[in-house]
Design a protein. Structure first.
Length: 116
């Protein structure tokens, strides 16, 4: 399998697009699935675009890297990034358990990366 630097850039971009899309979806604050006005929210539209881009990039990455490596790595990175974004942009707080969990996930990402 070809694991060029471009592939790892795609991994980072896919993770960033996915995490950003989740943040934007939260910002859209959709409370009524049947209200069309809420579905026209610009942040929700941006989230859909970013999810689409993340999907395309993820498909390209899956074709280039072992799924057993890249899927858990990306999922962990998205989880950590969402937690960081939530603190920075939404004012959420992280307790000791969440920080400990993030540390375990980051350790897992490091171990997975070394095996690549």
């Amino acid at each position: 399998m070809n694991t060029t630097a471009a592939t790892w850039v795609m991994v980072g971009a896919a993770v960033l697009c996915n995490a950003s899309a989740q943040l934007l979806m939260k910002a859209a604050n959709i409370t009524d699935a049947f209200s069309w006005r809420q579905w026209l929210e610009p942040s929700l539209f941006a989230a859909v675009v970013l999810y689409g881009l993340s999907f395309i990039l993820t498909a390209l990455v899956f074709a280039r890297l072992p799924l057993s490596l890249i899927s858990p790595l990306m999922a962990g990175a998205i989880f950590v990034l969402i937690s960081v974004f939530s603190v920075l942009f939404l004012g959420e707080r992280l307790d000791a358990f969440r920080l400990g969990g993030m540390a375990c996930i980051l350790a897992g990402i490091v171990l997975l990366s070394w095996s690549a």
